[in-house]
Design a protein around this ligand. Structure first.
Ligand SMILES: Cc1cc2nc3c(=O)[nH]c(=O)nc-3n(C[C@H](O)[C@H](O)[C@H](O)COP(=O)(O)O)c2cc1C
Length: 208
């Protein structure tokens, strides 16, 4: 009889325990469902606003600007121009003069020409096309100034450039050094300033 009573009270405790555990778990499950719904809503919002992709570029003489504008249309992206605080003059761009501003800057990998301060943020973008003219086989250091001012963690960066014939060379490698280790840097290609929207759409597709 005593054993039966003991067994009964043990069974009651076990059932109570299960109830209590279930009651505790229920709000947790509801909370995580709410979290999930919030996340989904955020994703939907981003998709609706259609501003997940950015084209950011530097251009000294207009070639990269031209193709960046076409690329932004092709990629349905926002566009942002990196503007040096002190614009480059023709004399600054004289690559035959070893003392010109561009020659001096490009000889010093650590040079970071100042850019105009503004409130622009890359936070809302997942994919960022980064474009520039090839200078001495790589990106002008003013591009590094911009990259180091922003947080590119977990973003995909697609590098493109215009040039007088040189390939992208070390551009992507040099850009990687200026962004978070978690950024996925893709070495894209040299683009013609006169590339059409259709041509650029094809290129974008080929990256997927
Ligand atoms: C300082 C300087 C260095 C350059 N170095 C190279 C180079 O190494 N290889 C190359 O093919 N073109 C070079 N170019 C040519 C530019 O990459 C090319 O003209 C580019 O399309 C200019 O783009 P932008 O009009 O957007 O500034 C150089 C131009 C300048 C001004």
């Amino acid at each position: 009889m005593k054993t039966a009573k003991l067994f009964l009270s043990l069974a009651v405790f076990a059932v109570l325990g299960i109830f209590l555990a279930a009651a505790q778990a229920a709000p947790k499950a509801a909370k995580s469902k709410a979290k999930q719904t919030k996340g989904e809503a955020k994703m939907e919002q981003t998709e609706k606003s259609g501003i997940k992709t950015l084209v950011v570029y530097f251009s000294a003489t207009g070639n990269t600007k031209k193709v960046s504008e076409t690329l932004a249309k092709a990629a349905d992206a926002d566009i942002y121009e990196i503007k040096p605080l002190k614009p480059y003059t023709d004399a600054d761009l004289d690559w035959t003069d070893r003392n010109s501003r561009s020659s001096v800057e490009m000889k010093d990998k650590k040079s970071r020409p100042e850019i105009a301060a503004d409130k622009f943020s890359v936070r809302q973008y997942d994919t960022v096309y980064v474009g520039f003219p090839i200078w001495w086989g790589t990106a002008p250091t003013v591009v590094n100034t911009f990259l180091e001012k922003h947080d590119f963690s977990d973003k995909t960066i697609i590098v493109f450039a215009t040039s007088g014939g040189s390939p992208l060379g070390n551009s992507a490698k040099d850009i990687k050094k200026s962004v978070s280790e978690t950024a996925n840097v893709i070495s894209g290609r040299i683009l013609s300033p006169s590339a059409t929207e259709a041509e650029l759409k094809k290129w974008i597709e080929s990256l997927r």
